[in-house]
Design a protein around this ligand. Structure first.
Ligand SMILES: C[S@@+](CC[C@H](N)C(=O)[O-])C[C@H]1O[C@@H](n2cnc3c(N)ncnc32)[C@H](O)[C@@H]1O
Length: 216
């Protein structure tokens, strides 16, 4: 087994994180016992961060002690693996849907490093008390993806901190090509966020581009 990023492992072609809550699955993922420790198989078809890792991501700013603002937490698939990685850090998990939040709350009971926030990421003032973070991760299916990232970055991201965004071209503009949409988003954020890396998510996700950025 090889540690490819802090607390992220590769074993026999699978990406794994060490299970923070042994014996418990979050989304029906496989649990594996390796040398007496329990790991969760991270599914690249269910998580864009895992898809980016499978497609060769080189820069993962999520460290064991990072403070993360996660926008679009849904029912917690990717946040749960980040929660495994953060042995000494924490995640503020923002989600607009009360229905998804019901599931998120259920797993947060067992994962005390995830703080669920029922809120609209377009209105960051509503959760301003969280203070500064090291990384913002955005995976909201919204035409305002770029604007949401900028608003949250201005308010919460430390200077030199990182942003990760999964751009879904079909949610932004179905009338133009994905490449045009990606270029438009990159241009919109470029004055405040420096592009560090980009990874296409096919074959795991169609028409998605994953970016890693650093606050200027
Ligand atoms: C593709 S899903 C996220 C999946 C999740 N990131 C994962 O990998 O496990 C997108 C989520 O963004 C949420 N969302 C959409 N607009 C939002 C907004 N303005 N503020 C917060 N969440 C939003 C949706 O309710 C949905 O749960």
């Amino acid at each position: 087994m090889k540690e490819i990023f802090e607390n992220v492992f590769e074993h026999e072609g699978r990406i794994l994180t060490r299970n923070r809550v042994p014996g418990k699955q979050v989304y029906g993922e496989r649990l594996l016992n390796i040398n007496g420790k329990e790991y969760r198989a991270w599914n690249p078809r269910r998580s864009k961060l895992c898809a980016a890792i499978k497609n060769g991501l080189k820069n993962n700013p999520i460290k064991h002690d990072s403070e993360i603002l996660y926008l679009g937490a849904s029912t917690g698939t990717t946040p749960s693996h980040i929660s495994d990685v953060l042995t000494d850090g924490g995640i503020y998990a923002v989600e607009i849907s009360a229905h998804s939040m019901k599931f998120l709350l259920r797993f947060c009971e067992k994962r005390e490093n995830v703080i669920p926030i029922l809120a609209d990421a377009r209105q960051p003032k509503n959760y301003q008390e969280i203070g500064k973070v090291d990384v913002i991760y955005e995976d909201v299916a919204s035409p305002e993806q770029a604007d949401i990232l900028l608003k949250n970055s201005r308010m919460f991201l430390r200077k030199g901190g990182y942003a990760m965004i999964a751009i879904k071209s079909q949610s932004i503009d179905v009338t133009q090509s994905p490449e045009e949409t990606y270029a438009q988003v990159k241009e919109e954020i470029s004055s405040e966020l420096e592009l560090i890396e980009e990874v296409a998510l096919e074959p795991y996700e169609k028409s998605h581009l994953f970016l890693v950025l650093r606050k200027k």
